[in-house]
Ligand binder design. Structure first.
Ligand code: ATP
Length: 457
């Protein structure tokens, strides 16, 4: 059966996601008061909470639930030799064309997906007055100068990926972590690429966060671990609620492979812009350690004291983007329905990812209900991200929480004052039941920890 390329039944469009993110302060254009800075974004309160949850789930899967992966946080600025050894200085390029008419630049291999600025219904090169140059290579690394004197300072680069910081620390980690292959090093952090055509909101930006793990294995085990990590990374998205009919693993054709990779697969998500990469899983062989050994003059290998065997481990790399994953979770969760004739926007997001887990709402702002509600809030907020809200009609407050994906709303009403129970309203089913105040923290924690499937499936 042909795979769908559009989402006729889905309420989510990129415009609606961008509008919701701005309206509720998840993400806004960076430096907005100065008119913004092309394709850079700032995350506001709910956006920070959401992206932090995405990164924490990645750490949980990589480090907390395994005993063969350790964490690392390497510097963004690294010795420039790093980028010679990795091949980025010579080869981290995209093909670029200029239009002599409008003066804009485009990625030559993405022309079909782009718009001519003067004739947006056509791709660049196809408009009546387009005049494109030949494609030439453009290096994506951001360059800066280290040291106080611009002319004599050393040229350094903002890292275009977090992975190289892992390879150059291989020896350090091997010494202190008491691990032996197969073992991994995981890192989350900012990366920078001077993308020729960034766009589609936080999907492609020039500054973004990556979640990368390098898994070092005996050469003979590489193929097996490559298969393992493909499956594990696909399952991670499914467990966190992404609908499986919007997720796929796509193996690269031999022609698509990087020179160092013997196999690569992408986890792809069906965004409103079509199937696009969320994460790449690559079998990088011994390329990186061999290169850094050659350029640094240091031995980067594993010596097994028991067998006397010495070898350069091969590497399996799952490389994901925190912003792209966050965008996918938002798109997948976005929904609209109607309650009592009124339209509701709701984020049906996995409770573990939801920015706020519970909102405590006094039914009215009188008769001591706010005080009682604040006590309930105080008992919850040490256990989970909670919010107190007494502003406006109760229906409006529910709607606000639905829009940011809060799984539970707890309402404190007059009955609470009599029998110390509250109403717990569930975001997806809209079911309401009464729970004793004293049981509430435990009860909510149990509900939040239960397995969850998207009601959109
Ligand atoms: P693409 O083909 O989309 O440019 P890539 O194959 O170059 O991506 P990798 O180098 O494999 O990407 O980086 C790993 C992950 O980092 C990507 O799967 C993506 O989630 C994220 N990523 C890469 N470039 C960007 C960017 N410019 N903006 C946001 N996220 C990015």
């Amino acid at each position: 059966m042909a795979e769908p390329t559009t989402r006729p039944t889905d309420a989510a469009t990129m415009d609606k996601i961008v509008a919701l993110c701005k309206r509720r302060g998840f993400v806004f254009a960076s430096s907005e008061i100065y008119g913004g800075l092309g394709s850079t974004y700032d995350y506001g309160h709910y956006g920070v909470l959401l992206k932090t949850n995405v990164k924490n789930e990645w750490w949980r899967a990589m480090v907390q639930e395994r005993d063969d992966i350790v964490a690392l946080d390497s510097a963004i600025l690294q010795h420039p030799r790093t980028w010679e050894a990795s091949g980025h200085l010579a080869g981290f390029t995209d093909p670029m064309v200029d239009c002599r008419t409008c003066g804009q630049r485009f990625r030559a291999d993405h022309l079909a997906d782009l718009q001519c600025p003067q004739k947006p219904s056509r791709p660049p090169g196809d408009g009546p007055s387009c005049d494109l140059t030949e494609a030439r290579d453009f290096n994506l690394m951001f360059e800066t100068t280290m040291g106080p004197v611009k002319d004599s300072g050393a040229t350094v680069y903002l890292r275009p990926e977090t992975a190289q910081g892992i390879f150059v620390n291989f020896k350090n980690v091997l010494q202190f972590s008491r691990k032996k292959p197969p073992f991994g090093i995981a890192q989350v952090g900012k990366s920078f690429r001077n993308e020729i055509t960034p766009g589609n909101f936080v999907f492609r930006t020039r500054e973004f966060e990556q979640m990368e793990m390098e898994f070092f294995v005996p050469p003979g085990e590489a193929a097996r671990w490559y298969d393992f990590w493909k499956g594990a990374r696909y399952d991670w998205y499914v467990e966190l609620g992404i609908r499986e009919d919007h997720l796929r693993l796509r193996e690269h054709d031999p022609g698509e492979l990087s020179h160092y990779s013997s196999a690569t697969a992408d986890v792809e998500y069906l965004f409103p812009i079509g199937w696009s990469e969320l994460e790449g899983i690559a079998n990088r062989g011994d390329f990186d350690l061999t290169q850094h050994a050659e350029f640094s003059g240091q031995k980067l290998e594993y010596f097994d004291g028991q067998t006397g065997e010495r070898y350069v481990p091969h590497v399996i790399e799952p490389a994901a983007g925190a912003d792209r994953a966050t965008l996918a979770f938002l798109v997948d969760a976005y929904d609209e329905d109607e309650i009592g004739g009124e339209q509701r926007t709701v984020l049906r997001i996995h409770p573990r990812l939801a920015p706020v887990k519970v909102a405590v709402l006094p039914h009215m702002r009188k008769d001591g209900l706010p005080d009682a509600a604040r006590q309930v809030y105080a008992a919850l907020r040490g256990r989970m991200q909670s919010e107190y809200d007494d502003g406006g009609a109760i229906g409006k407050r529910y709607r606000r929480q639905d829009e940011i994906g809060t799984p539970y709303c707890v309402t404190v009403d007059h009955q609470t004052l009599e029998d110390r129970t509250v109403t717990v309203r569930e975001r997806d089913s809209l079911s309401q039941d009464r729970v004793a105040v004293d049981d509430l923290p435990g009860e909510l924690a149990a509900r939040l920890a239960a397995p969850w499937r998207s009601p959109k499936t």
